[in-house]
Design a protein around this ligand. Structure first.
Ligand code: PLP
Length: 560
């Protein structure tokens, strides 16, 4: 972040203040360095290294010394990780990049592999562990056996169905806690391999790092938090940080802005429902700390023009987050199948991070998503550290404290078990049924598809005033469909899955019937959800609608 950011003119008072501050900081740092070196020395390291470290630490305020500290610190940390790790050999200094296997591995083989990892690992039942795992008595052996034993269920290829497989993997690790990555080396291995597989799917260079999170929202929250803290460190003069995003960006970012005290500057879409790049260019100010694009955005399934946004980001020296929670595990297969997909991943130079949900088109269990950064210099701002707790030195990568081992294992097992062949097969079938539905909708008079959707999500809207979309949704629900109503403009969202292959014809038939019935009934739209959306649209102050939503949720989550 450089050029978009111009520093204000310093006054004499602020210069003197700054000098005093730097001097004090330098003193404080030397004291810290001295203590740090003493600790290091008594702990393990030879005197010379300690002295060098002390010297360097004290000089930290001198420009250019920082990188040297970084080099030394990295080396020391690597040594310490090797030392502390229960499986010392697992953490080699070389990062091993892996991709999703070309052919999904047999479930029996994966369960065997997991059991082997787990056998040598800490188990609560040994009675030698005093935190992290609070198990009422499911024993290690029991968990291993129930997950492994029923080999009779496996077919000739060594597999059961996907859900049953994930269930067994989850059970094997359901008490394990990734809050301490040294204790459960298997979880660390599976998390880093999952990140590695996701990074390679999204064409990341070998520098890409990331975290597994509990879902898309947490991935988006973490990105926003990381960029906020990065701006605090690199552009301390920005006091009111702004993030520029399109109105179609997922509310997870609005939530992040709400939690982390950031402001989102919204830009509109063009008629194709894509992020309006020239509006984004105009929205960049000296307070901007981040640009966001979606691949694709959820409401209409349209991939934003990421390459053009990347140009803006590079010109302005700003980071660019691409939210691919919806499509991160679908778009790469769609592209491989030969469909046109605008470039959106790490191949685009300005993209600095990507969020992608395993629990959507990755077919992982609910509670699994990844956040990827182009390199550790971005990710480090995501981490939280607290060295002063009486309970010990505390560090944590993401929102959660205790991190569920079962979900980490299941995320890893999903990718390994599906394989590229599995994903391609599902993507191919799902794209075919999506195309069929889109063509079918376009043939129904009174309906249209918004924009030109790039994968397996789209939105339908009326193309004549006689069709009220919400009345149409109400009509559809009378025959058992669940409709996803949207606004600005009013339309209905569809995420297509393999489960829609058998229902596609019926859907088109019922949509056509519903359109005729809405057209024939002049009172359609006067009650039901149509009336509610109509009323809400007339309330100019949306804060009132927000209050209504809060009240609604309070009511729903109260015992009656
Ligand atoms: C679903 C989604 C999210 C949020 O994900 P959750 O898993 O529901 O928290 C964020 N961005 C996009 C584009 C999504 O589709």
């Amino acid at each position: 972040m450089q050029s978009a950011v111009s520093s204000p003119q310093p006054s004499l008072v602020s210069v003197v203040g700054k000098l005093t501050y730097t001097l004090l900081r330098g003193l404080e740092r030397s004291t810290f360095a001295l203590v740090f070196c003493l600790v290091l020395r008594t702990y393990k390291f030879g005197g010379l290294q300690g002295v060098i470290l002390l010297f360097v630490k004290a000089l930290r305020t001198v420009p250019g010394v920082d990188w040297l500290i970084k080099v030394i610190l990295t080396k020391e940390v690597k040594g310490a990780v090797r030392e502390l790790s229960s499986k010392g050999t697992e953490t080699s200094e070389k990062k091993i990049a892996i991709s999703i296997p070309e052919k999904g591995l047999p479930h029996s083989q994966l369960l065997e592999q997991l059991a082997e990892l787990k056998v040598g690992e800490t188990a609560a039942e040994d009675g030698k562990l005093f935190a992290l795992v609070y198990s009422a008595g499911d024993t290690h052996t029991e968990l291993l056996n129930t997950a492994r034993s029923m080999f009779k269920d496996f077919d000739a290829t060594g597999s059961v169905n996907h859900a049953d497989f994930l269930d067994r993997v989850y059970r094997m690790f359901c008490h394990d806690n990734a809050l301490n990555p040294n204790l459960f080396a298997s979880l660390r291995k599976m998390e880093t391999e999952t990140i590695s597989m996701a990074a390679s799917l999204m064409n990341g260079p070998s520098s890409v790092v990331g975290s597994l999170t509990s879902g898309g929202t947490e991935s988006c929250l973490m990105a926003m938090k990381a960029y906020r803290d990065r701006a605090r460190a690199l552009c301390p003069h920005i006091t009111k940080p702004e993030v520029v995003a399109c109105i179609t960006v997922h509310p997870a970012f609005e939530k992040a802005a709400h939690y982390f005290d950031l402001t989102i500057v919204h830009v509109p879409t063009n008629e194709q429902m894509e992020l309006d790049v020239s509006a984004m260019e105009k929205a960049i100010t000296k307070n901007t700390i981040l640009l966001i694009a979606s691949a694709p955005q959820y409401p209409h399934g349209i991939v934003d023009p990421v390459e053009q946004v990347s140009e803006l980001a590079l010109q302005a020296g700003l980071p660019l987050h691409v939210d691919s929670c919806f499509g991160g595990f679908m778009l790469p297969w769609v592209e491989k199948l030969g469909y046109y997909v605008p470039k959106w991943d790490f191949r685009v130079k300005g993209v600095t991070s990507i969020s992608a949900d395993l629990h959507k088109y990755g077919y992982g269990p609910k509670g699994t998503s990844v956040i990827l950064y182009r390199d550790t210099d971005y990710r480090k701002y995501q981490y939280f550290a607290y060295a002063q707790w009486p309970g010990g030195l505390f560090g944590s990568p993401s929102m959660a404290g205790s991190r569920p081992g079962g979900l980490i294992a299941a995320a890893w097992a999903t990718l390994m078990g599906m394989g590229q062949d599995g994903y391609l097969k599902y993507a191919s079938e799902t794209m075919e049924v999506t195309k069929k539905l889109i063509q079918g909708v376009r043939q129904i008079e009174g309906l249209k598809i918004l924009g030109d959707p790039h994968m397996t999500g789209f939105a339908i809207a009326p193309d004549c005033p006689a069709v009220d979309m919400y009345a149409l949704a109400d009509e559809m629900e009378k025959t058992g469909w669940h409709m996803e109503r949207q606004q600005y403009p009013s339309c209905i969202h569809f995420s297509i899955m393999p489960t829609h292959i058998p229902t596609a014809d019926q859907l088109l038939e019922d949509l056509a019937k519903a359109v005729s019935s809405v057209k024939a009934n002049p009172d359609a739209g006067k009650d039901g959800s149509a009336a509610m959306y109509g009323m809400v649209a007339k309330i100019p102050d949306k804060a009132i609608v927000d209050d209504f939503i809060v009240q609604y949720f309070s009511e729903i989550y109260t015992m009656t």
